[in-house]
Design a binder for this molecule. Structure first.
Ligand code: ASP
Ligand code: MG
Length: 419
């Protein structure tokens, strides 16, 4: 039993869908394979835009029409038969999406309505994939992740009810998978009263890990447009290397520091059952890719991770007394209330500094809350560089020509905040 996850880039066009068929045939097979798919290309961003327009009372029809045309064009290219049932199903989904936007209320929660709207990207993509594989002779059942991944109502960041989820998946899916493939959506969950939730942006990897866990899969394959898990983002660094094998722990840490290759929540369910995760390229499926598993290496190539749009905030006490644990408690409480996550922190005798993602409104509220007690300085539009498994050479490479505001290192990890 295997799980495949295809991300947005792997289904961004008709050619991209066509490219998946041999991958499924060759590496997956015709049964005992569950396929999790994300929204096509940048559809989720586009749906977010439509939702924001609607929420702020602006005309959203044109932006919505563009999303619809994009899906229609891909469908026209894949299904030349005008009578294909895919059209009826896509139109039905589109009508539901329009109804959702019309029913829209400024009084109801933004996040709750966001989930009801933004979830349509995965519904469209999985409908097209289901019909296309079927047309290519790959018998499969379309299932609705909202009926299986059961969650609470933390809209946009829903928490999974593992017991229920596992029970439902185990009850229905193994029998289907005995005979054929299953196609389902990433990113989506559902509440016990039938509302849609989402698991957080880029959450489809996590969805795939949930299915792999509940089905005791022999592996999860994430198909991407890169060769595997790289030691740096090729957009920022030349000479990147692909790790052939890396541990769950290293991968979690890289995701934590901001490597965008895998959603950070993906690893835990896999590691708990020692299910290997393979990151492979859908552009070069025969390539080796990366195997993430329970392995240990004494030495591996330094990993470079960048977090952009950082803000460095320093708190100083006003009377030259030292920063106390009580002061820190006050600061941590305020940060937690405002959902500002600390990416790095450091303290000196009279000041305490944190590096956090820059959210203008939240930062202003933080200052409002604490300015009575602390002198607060901040710098914005910074970058946080992390080098895992650093050496002299890798540090030199990162800091060259940079204006460094803060630096920190442990035995294995080097971090700098710079302009
Ligand atoms: N489509 C969703 C997003 O773009 C989920 C995913 O791609 O993993 O965030
Ligand atoms: Mg994605």
């Amino acid at each position: 039993m295997k799980v495949f996850k295809f991300g947005g880039a792997s289904v961004k066009s008709a050619e991209a869908f066509q490219n998946l068929v041999p991958i499924v045939q060759e590496y997956g097979g015709t049964r005992q394979l569950l396929i999790v798919v994300s929204a096509m290309g940048k559809t989720t961003n586009a749906l977010e835009k439509v939702f924001d327009l609607a929420f702020t009372g602006h005309a959203y029809q044109e932006a919505l029409q563009q999303i619809w045309s994009y899906h229609q064009e891909v469908a026209f290219a894949l299904f030349p038969e005008a009578a294909s049932p895919v059209y009826e199903q896509l139109e039905h989904l589109y009508a539901l999406l329009q109804a959702e936007l019309q029913a829209f209320s400024l009084l109801a929660s933004y996040d709750k309505q966001y989930d009801q709207v933004v979830s349509f990207g995965e519904l469209f993509a999985s409908t097209i994939l289901h019909h296309y594989l079927q047309q290519q002779g790959l018998l499969n059942t379309w299932t609705d992740s909202r009926k299986y991944i059961q969650t609470d109502t933390t809209w946009r960041e829903a928490k999974v009810d593992w017991t229920w989820t596992e029970r439902l998946i185990k009850r229905d899916l193994p029998a289907v998978l005995e005979e054929q493939l299953v196609v389902t959506q990433g990113f989506l969950g559902g509440t016990n009263n039938g509302l849609t939730t989402t698991l957080g942006r880029e959450g489809s990897d996590f969805s795939a890990a949930i299915y792999a866990y509940c089905l005791n899969a022999s592996g999860l394959w994430i198909w991407k447009d890169v060769a595997g898990l790289l030691n740096a983002d090729p957009k920022h660094f030349a000479d990147t290397v692909c790790y052939p094998e890396i541990s769950y722990q290293e991968t979690v840490e890289m995701a934590y520091y901001g490597a965008s290759v895998i959603h950070p929540k993906t690893i835990k369910p896999l590691a708990n059952k020692l299910i290997p995760l393979y990151v492979k390229s859908f552009l070069n499926p025969a390539g080796e890719g990366t195997r993430i598993c329970d392995c240990r290496f004494a030495k591996f190539a330094p990993a470079y991770i960048i977090k952009e749009e950082q803000c460095l905030v320093s708190f100083s006490v006003k009377d030259f007394t030292f920063i106390s644990e009580k002061n820190l408690g006050t600061i941590f409480n305020a940060l937690s209330e405002l959902r500002l996550k600390i990416n790095l922190m450091q303290n000196s005798a009279i000041s305490f500094s944190i590096c956090t993602d820059y959210h203008q409104a939240r930062l202003h509220r933080l200052i409002e809350t604490l300015h009575d007690q602390f002198v607060i300085h901040y710098n914005t539009h910074l970058r946080l560089y992390t080098v895992k498994n650093y050496d002299q050479e890798s540090i030199a490479k990162v800091i060259k020509g940079k204006d460094i505001l803060l630096e920190q290192r442990t035995r294995t990890t080097f971090q700098v905040v710079c302009r």
